[in-house]
Write a protein that binds this ligand. Structure first.
Ligand SMILES: NC(=O)c1ccc[n+]([C@@H]2O[C@H](COP(=O)([O-])OP(=O)(O)OC[C@H]3O[C@@H](n4cnc5c(N)ncnc54)[C@H](OP(=O)(O)O)[C@@H]3O)[C@@H](O)[C@H]2O)c1
Length: 256
């Protein structure tokens, strides 16, 4: 079922990628630039961001999403330059694998501030730019790690579960006002974020494939976009298992 306005032609569309300097965001910047979109990129200042800005002829709006007001500053630059934005993607994330018996509260705080509060701040900064634009949409990148509790995900998982809920809530509130909302739940993608994983990641895909998966979902007007299906279909199934089956299965599958 089509739940948002499908986006098939990106020519001239103005797209703001927040957390767009590496991994999936960088692949999206390249894919969107190749399709004729105008791209704006936010991440913390770095040579990596500068290089991508140059390759994709993007507008650089560097900012730290955890700094109060930084996103408002970037939004002001975009309003001045473009007078509005058609699509905003939130991809910024902080990921540190952690077990429940070794809580590092500084890392937990960084996860919540980047993955969740940064998303709220981005939505608040972006809404005035999206309002009144035909076919406008907001894309939140969460994770299948937000479906249910997982070992080593004590800092990251709850932020992604909250993002899933946030996307659903925003869809209910914003879609009737003409702003579409998409929720993206990738499986494992080879990026700097997952480079720190010390286990064999099942069904691992490349960032370019993730970007194509996201754009294919948007072309269909989907609300929830999950890939690769060979992995996310299993995660969806686990989501609905009773607790007495889910917990032993996860122990067995992960060895943790
Ligand atoms: N890779 C996967 O397997 C996977 C699976 C499921 C979901 N995801 C999600 O997909 C999204 C993209 O992840 P990725 O794998 O592409 O990771 P990545 O390559 O590490 O990209 C994360 C991006 O967020 C930016 N960022 C981090 N902290 C920031 C901050 N405080 N302020 C501004 N920007 C910040 C990073 O730039 P700087 O650090 O330079 O600022 C970078 O551009 C994330 O939301 C992640 O949770 C990834």
């Amino acid at each position: 079922m089509t739940m948002n306005v499908p986006v098939r032609d990106w020519r001239g569309r103005r797209v703001w990628l927040i957390g767009g300097s590496s991994g999936i965001g960088a692949a999206l910047a390249e894919a969107l630039h190749a399709r004729g979109a105008e791209v704006a990129l936010s991440a913390r200042p770095s040579p990596r961001l500068d290089g991508l800005v140059e390759r994709t002829s993007a507008l650089a709006v560097p900012c730290d999403v955890t700094e109060h007001g930084a996103l408002e500053g970037s939004a002001a630059v975009l309003r001045e330059a473009w007078n509005g934005v058609d699509h905003v993607f939130y991809l910024a994330a902080h990921y540190v694998p952690m077990r429940g018996y070794e809580l590092d509260l500084d890392q937990v705080r960084a996860s919540v501030e980047t993955n969740l509060l940064g998303a709220y701040a981005s939505v608040a900064a972006a809404l005035p730019l999206l309002e009144g634009r035909a076919g406008a949409s907001l894309v939140l990148v969460a994770s299948v790690a937000g479906y249910r509790g997982l070992p080593t995900a004590v800092a990251y998982g709850p932020t992604k579960a909250a993002l899933i809920n946030l996307a659903e809530t925003l869809y209910l509130d914003l879609e009737p006002r003409g702003i579409g909302v998409h929720l993206v739940n990738p499986g494992f993608v080879r990026t700097p974020l997952t480079d720190r994983n010390d286990f064999a990641m099942p069904a691992l895909i490349e960032p370019e494939d993730a970007a194509e998966g996201i754009l294919a979902g948007l072309a269909r007007g989907r609300f929830a976009i999950a890939f690769p299906r060979r992995f996310t279909a299993w995660m969806s199934l686990l989501r609905h298992l009773p607790d007495r089956l889910y917990f032993p299965l996860v122990h067995k599958a992960t060895g943790l």
